[in-house]
Each structure stands twice: as structure tokens, then as C-alpha cells.
Design a protein around this ligand. Structure first.
Ligand code: GLN
Length: 476
């Protein structure tokens, strides 16, 4: 069995608080599990055993107040900076880059007593759905190592699913937390845009990127969001909205809650087993007292093309900084500055990143800007408007997280368009800035997990967490 929720972050924290376990022993257990499982699964790019054990011992010695994650090991996607440690974003460009500062989420986790244990494999600059675009990948799905773990935050999903760490952080731009969570059978939450500081997150598409947790239980995801969310003077897009206590929202009661299902959108090619698990999930929600009705999200049908215009445009701007001068890799033996730029970018970036920089540069260039970029922004507004209208009648929107369960590694590698379709149901929420969660909802016949996605109103993570938690309780 890859994991057991008996090893939840909360259970671990409580065991440490009760003196049943030291933080050092918890940390050592995570390191042992990594040593046992990671040679096959390759969730981690770097493990900081010494740094983590030292911190754990310091926590064991401390007599001050205990944070809500006191002694809990956590893994971070390798696009989140930890001062002085290598942070690659899955790219050769940053293979030896050591940022001089901690991401805000890292400061908050450590202040809460969490122990950062290492950095996980991800697609290069978060561009991908399988970790196969990683310069150091791929990771493997713990339920079937021949299958993709999902991406781009695949390593974080694997770390949690395989019981290496009870919690991990990823980032989600078009599905990169929810899709690997679904593929690996864990909980993954993308918060509302602006809920969590992006300071220290290596940017892919700045109007979409958001950091969020992976966990084995919804409650752990809520607990982690409680720690990492909230305003941050270092990131002006981290909204000045004080978050509620998310863990307190998990009442188990969803009687009367209205669930909207965009049936028109779902008719476009969902695998039959995934659809069957989805229908069963709706029946479960109804049994819990929810009222399920059909809604329309007409513009979400074109969310994938809109996403690949907006995200690539922003990526082309964000990745301009990797020029061999200020950061990371520099091609050797160039004759002049122009050649150094060319060769650095040619050698430092992988093929998918180059494809997206070219596409993004194209859609922003004179003559195409209005036809593609502006048009995409207009449709993005319509996607958001559809949700606003739907949320007049329902409290959450339910879809499968992904159209299929985990595909085999290699199957879509050479077909970027097919790979992009793995994002069919996950790109709308970030385009609309909304929170969305993936919670495990069953299995395919060949024992691959299936995810249920719940999307909520902006700033209303509490409701999707409450529904996901109530749903999860029926499954244990
Ligand atoms: N799979 C999507 C992509 O390739 C989403 C990535 C993400 O959310 N970072 O862009």
C-alpha cells in the first residue's frame, strides 16, 4: 500500500506533542521511507537529511510554544526557494542555482514547526502534466510505476502518496497540483489566486500561479493552508484578505449544499470508468444531503486553448530573465554577447519550454496580439463570468479532476497537444482565479486512483474543503 492516512500530519503532530515520538524520530522515519521508496519512484531531486535532522533536534529541545505543524516533515516542489539550497525548477538552466532567500511559504512553514525535508521533481518551469519534461525526471506513480504521476508537481504528489512525507507543497497554474493529486490518489488544493504569497515561487505564468498543499486527508490540506495563507508585504498579489480558519470549517455537514454539474462540458471525452466514479461521487454527495443540479459553463470548453495562449505569453516574459548573465547556466566558449544569449537559452531550456516561449512570443507580437492574446483575455473574462453566474445558483461546481486516470509514462511524451488535453478540467479554475480541490473518489479496474474536483467561489476555500472532507469521511 502506498500510503495510509494513519500517518496524517495531524496524527504525527499529536503523537509528537504527546511525547509518543520525537520530531527527530519522525524526521528519521521520513528519511528512511525516502531511502526505501525513492530509488524506484524518484519523487525527490534533493533531500536535506542533515538540515532536517538538525532542525528536528532543535524542535525537540525547544520549550517555547508549539506551532500547528511542530515536527511534521514536508516536501517542497523544486520551484520554491529555500535559502542556500539548490532550486532548479526542473531545468538545466538552474541546475546549480542557490537562491539567497526563503519563499514566504517556507518561512511560514518553519515558523509553524514544519521540517522541510527536500525538494521534489517537477516539469521544467512547471510546464507539463507528467514530470517527463523535467531535466532530472521523471517521477513514477506509486500505484503503478509504469504510469505517470501527473505534473507538473508530480514529485510532491508521489512523496505524499508513497508515505514519504505527510505533506508537500506544489504550485498550480493550470492543474499542476490537482492533476497529480488525482493521478496519485491524494488530496490537492489550489487556493484562490492571491490567497498564498508567490514570493519565492519561480514564476511560470504570474496571473495564474498559486502555491498549495498535497495531503493524505482534507483536514491536513486545510491545516497546511491555515499555515501558508494570508497577506504578505513581499508579494503585492497576495491579497490583503485575512483568511478564516480553514480547519474549523470542516463540520462534516453539507445538508442543503448546492452542487452544480456542467454536463455539457463533461460530454467531451471523459473515460467511462472515470465518469462512473464521478457519478457515484455525486450520489454520495446527495446521500449526505447535497442537492445536485445541472449548470452551464459554455466557455470552459475553450479553456485549454485560452490557457495555452495566456500562460505561454506570460511565460515568454517571465523566462526572458534567464540569459546567462544574472541567473544559472551560461553556455561556455561564446564569441560575443549575442551568441552567449543564444547558446545559453538553446542549451539551458528543454524542448517544451522552448515551444512555449516561441508560442508566447508569437501571440504577443505585433499583428497577432489582438487576434490571439487580446482575444484569449476576453474569453478568459467570459469563463469567469460563467462561473459567477453559476455561483448564483450553486455553492460548488463538481467535475472529474482529469478526463482519464494516470496514463503510461511515455504515452503522450511526443504529442504535446494530447498532453495539453490532460488539463481539460483543471485550467478553468486558475483562469477564473477560483479555488479548486481534488479529492480521491475511487479506482479504475486496474487499480488507478480517480479524483473528484470541486471548484468554489473566490475566497471560499472553506466550502470546498468542507464538502471534500464530508465526502472523504464516507470513504474511510
Ligand atoms: N499541465 C499544465 C501545463 O502544462 C499545467 C501546468 C501547471 O499548472 N503548472 O501547463
Amino acid at each position: 500500500m502506498p500510503h495510509s492516512s494513519a500517518h496524517s500530519a495531524r496524527a504525527l503532530r499529536d503523537a509528537i506533542a504527546n511525547g509518543q515520538l520525537t520530531a527527530e524520530a519522525a524526521c528519521q522515519a521520513a528519511l528512511d521511507r525516502i531511502a526505501a521508496r525513492d530509488p524506484e519512484l524518484h519523487a525527490f531531486h534533493t533531500v536535506f537529511a542533515e538540515r532536517a535532522l538538525e532542525r528536528a533536534r532543535a524542535l525537540d529541545r525547544s520549550t517555547g510554544p508549539r506551532g500547528p505543524l511542530h515536527g511534521v516533515p514536508i516536501a517542497l516542489k523544486d520551484n520554491i526557494t529555500v535559502a542556500g539550497t539548490v532550486t532548479t525548477a526542473g531545468s538545466k538552466m538552474l541546475a546549480t542555482y542557490r537562491p539567497p532567500y526563503d519563499a514566504t511559504v517556507v518561512e511560514r512553514l518553519e515558523a509553524a514547526g514544519a521540517i522541510v525535508i527536500g525538494k521534489t521533481i517537477c516539469d521544467e518551469f512547471s510546464m507539463g502534466s507528467s514530470t517527463e519534461n523535467c531535466a532530472f525526471g521523471p517521477s513514477r506513480n506509486p500505484w503503478n510505476p509504469e504510469r505517470a504521476p501527473g505534473g507538473s508537481s508530480g514529485g510532491s504528489a508521489v512523496a505524499v502518496a508513497a508515505g514519504m512525507t505527510p505533506l508537500a507543497l506544489g504550485s498550480d497554474t493550470g492543474g499542476s497540483i490537482r492533476q497529480p493529486a488525482a493521478f496519485c490518489g491524494v488530496v490537492g488544493l489550489k487556493p484562490t489566486y492571491g490567497r498564498v504569497s508567490r514570493y519565492g515561487l519561480i514564476a511560470y505564468a504570474s496571473s495564474l500561479d498559486q502555491i498549495g498543499p498535497f495531503a493524505t486527508t482534507v483536514r491536513d490540506a486545510a491545516l497546511c493552508l491555515d499555515v501558508i495563507s494570508g497577506p504578505d508585504p513581499k508579494d503585492s498579489t497576495a491579497a490583503a484578505v485575512e483568511p478564516p480558519k480553514f480547519e474549523a470549517a470542516l463540520t462534516g455537514d453539507i445538508a442543503g449544499l448546492r452542487v452544480g454539474v456542467p454536463r455539457g462540458w463533461l460530454r467531451e471525452g471523459v473515460d467511462t470508468e472515470v465518469m462512473a466514479r464521478f457519478e457515484e461521487s455525486l450520489a454520495t454527495l446527495e446521500r449526505l444531503g447535497a442537492v445536485v443540479s445541472e449548470i452551464e459553463l459554455p466557455h470552459s470548453r475553450v479553456a485549454v486553448p485560452v490557457y495555452y495562449l495566456v500562460a505561454t505569453a506570460e511565460a515568454s516574459a517571465n523566462l526572458a530573465r534567464f540569459d546567462g548573465v544574472r541567473y544559472g547556466y551560461r553556455a561556455p566558449d561564446s564569441r560575443d554577447l549575442g551568441e552567449m544569449y543564444d547558446r545559453t537559452r538553446d542549451q539551458g531550456f528543454g524542448p517544451e519550454v522552448k515551444r512555449r516561449i516561441m508560442l508566447g512570443t508569437y501571440v504577443l507580437s505585433a499583428g497577432y496580439y489582438d487576434a490571439y492574446y487580446v482575444k484569449a483575455q476576453q474569453v478568459r473574462t467570459l469563463i469567469r463570468r460563467d462561473f459567477d453566474e453559476a455561483f448564483a445558483d450553486v455553492d460548488v461546481v463538481a467535475t472529474p479532476t482529469t478526463p482519464t486516470a494516470a496514463f503510461p509514462l511515455g504515452a503522450l511524451r511526443d504529442d504535446p497537444l494530447k498532453m495539453y488535453l490532460a488539463d481539460t478540467f483543471t485550467v478553468s479554475a486558475p483562469l477564473a482565479g477560483l479555488p479548486a480541490i481534488s479529492v480521491p473518489c475511487g479506482w479504475t479496474d486496474d487499480r488507478l486512483p480517480v479524483g473528484l474536483q470541486l471548484t468554489g467561489r473566490a475566497w471560499d476555500e472553506a466550502t470546498i474543503l468542507r464538502v471534500a472532507d464530508a465526502f472523504e469521511r464516507t470513504r474511510h
